[in-house]
Design a protein around this ligand. Sequence first.
Ligand SMILES: Cc1ncc(COP(=O)(O)O)c(C=O)c1O
Length: 383
Amino acid sequence: MSNYSPLEVTFVKGDGCWLTDNKGDQYLDALSGIGVVNLGHCHPVITKNLVEQSQQLIHTSNVYRIGNQERLAKELCDLAKMDKVFFSNSGAEANEAAIKIARLYARTKDIEKPIILTANQGFHGRTMATLSATGQSKVQAGFSPLMSEFIHVNYDDIETFNDYQNNSNVVAVMVEPIQGEAGVIIPKNDYLNKVQDVCKKNGWLLILDGVQSCMGRTGKLFAHEHNEITPDILCLAKGLGNGVPIGACLAKGKASKMLTPGTHGSTFGGNPLVTAAALGVLEVFKDNKILENVNEMSKYFLSEFNTKLRNNVAVTEIRIKGLMIGIGLDSNIVDCSQLVKKALKDNLLINVTGTSIRMLPPLIITKEEIDILIGKLIKLIST
Ligand SMILES: Cc1ncc(COP(=O)(O)O)c(C=O)c1O
């Protein structure tokens, strides 16, 4: 169907931060398949786990116990300080599970028409529920009637919740720790702490959509760890499988007890193969080298950017947390609509959202690769 309009390039091989197309040309991937192959393309540990698991058993069903899934659930819960997990195949489905949990939570409070507060410009997926939760009209256009339970409030504005504190139908707040699809919008340092305070005060569930910002992307395994908080529900996907489709909805306390046998499910969710990949991802994160690299490369990128690009007339700002990078541009100077194609011609993969370049390079990127990236960015916006 024509819902995508792919660029004229076909990649046939990936290695670390690099992709090779079918003509043999190499490209620097500063997007990681939109924040998915965080450990780089074809990471040996993930490949090994996939090969070994696929030789042994690919799929059974959630009708039976799945050893890898149970191990992954335990490891994820321990790391995220959560109690239970539901495994899905994507970020949208992880969020769907969170929304269903919020509805069941509403039932425990005798609320018939629950409201979930979500943020303007936020992005939560493309299913009917998650696009209703999404705060972007371009994602919703043409798909009405939307689910009416979502009310969009201003992101990074704690006052915005004041209007709802006396609304007894509100059951949850669902936000991204950093808004990714909106172009890397980083809230104030204490925003999530304040959102958690408001949620606690009102008995609302705090649902964090960490689909894009977790799995090491910001320099912590989970983005909200910068705030030292634990949400009631945490949704993961993208980097969790390093390219293998797996999502997870983690929950703690009351929220973890809402789903009971028969209330939710997924044929593929958490099967032996995808959970083998995710176990590999967690194994790679164990020695902390990846997170150290993210923090070091983040600083290096910023210092190189400040020296070589900050004063460029086309640049309006930089928004960076770990290796989640947004560069604001002056659209009077740069034709932003042409940047992705222009970068591709220079063998660089980036994304552009509105007037911002968005980059989510693999977390294993090196200084040498950042030097190449900065060189390509200079060319991209200066000519
Ligand atoms: C924050 C966030 N939530 C949810 C999604 C949807 O994930 P998926 O495309 O895997 O359904 C995305 C995808 O970009 C995302 O960035």
